[in-house]
Design a protein around this ligand. Structure first.
Ligand SMILES: Cc1cc2nc3c(=O)[nH]c(=O)nc-3n(C[C@H](O)[C@H](O)[C@H](O)COP(=O)(O)O)c2cc1C
Length: 209
């Protein structure tokens, strides 16, 4: 299947008018063997940089490795993913791993929103990528202990997620199960399932009208 047809299939028709970026973004497992320009990587990280965060703590940190620029660094980062993710993520020319600082720098108190804020930063990075035809697939499936040891991560930082980054590849490179997922439309629950009004579980009237 042509990559343009896969993109068409993944582009959703939203129930309400939203920016094209949100309708077009999706998480591939097939990536092209084409380097991502370093300037594009910098732009993605710049988008993360300008994300809002609780008390402007900016608790996010990223390790980035490009197979074309530094294959050894790439292999080390690949080794921090779990096996299931390594299988397909090794198609991606660039890997990242996100981390967050668990405490505020100002007073060492716990920062409850740090995981939220690193997620927001990774979302910003991802949508910046979408705007440049670059794709990001985030991964919870990482080996946190391996990441800690590999990068000598300080105690007050926590590994969060892996990110596979690259241009879209042909789904034919995937095994049958993954190819099916890669060529199936995206789905979501409806607004009334998660937007509440009067009480928990009671859909807000303005989303049911
Ligand atoms: C924080 C996070 C963790 C994820 N972990 C994995 C993972 O470990 N392996 C995987 O194949 N996909 C993973 N995904 C991808 C999700 O399964 C995917 O985003 C979801 O099915 C919706 O599909 P879409 O992104 O194409 O819209 C993860 C996504 C996020 C945001």
């Amino acid at each position: 299947m042509e990559t343009s047809s896969v993109q068409d299939l993944k582009t959703t028709t939203p129930a309400h008018d939203i920016l094209d970026l949100f309708a077009e973004r999706w998480s591939p497992r097939a990536f092209a063997d084409r380097p991502v320009e370093p300037e594009k990587i910098r732009r993605m990280l710049e988008a993360a940089r300008w994300t809002m965060s609780s008390y402007n703590e900016q608790p996010w940190r990223y390790v980035v490795a490009s197979r074309h620029e530094d294959p050894e660094a790439y292999e080390r980062l690949l080794g921090c993913l779990n096996e299931g993710n390594q299988e397909w993520a090794q198609n991606a020319p660039v890997l990242m791993m996100s981390f967050y600082k668990e405490t505020f720098s100002e007073n060492d108190q716990p920062n409850r929103c740090a995981p939220h804020d690193v997620g927001a930063a990774s979302a910003a990075l991802t949508f910046q990528a979408t705007a440049m035809d670059v794709y990001v697939h985030q991964m919870a499936g990482i080996q946190k202990d391996v990441a800690r040891e590999t990068y000598d991560v300080p105690d007050d930082f926590e590994p969060m997620a892996g990110l596979a980054v690259g241009y879209l590849g042909n789904p034919d490179m995937l095994d049958e199960g993954k190819r099916t997922a890669e060529t199936s439309p995206r789905s979501r629950t409806s607004l009334d399932a998660f937007v509440f009004g009067d009480g928990w579980g009671d859909s807000a009237s303005f989303v049911t009208e």
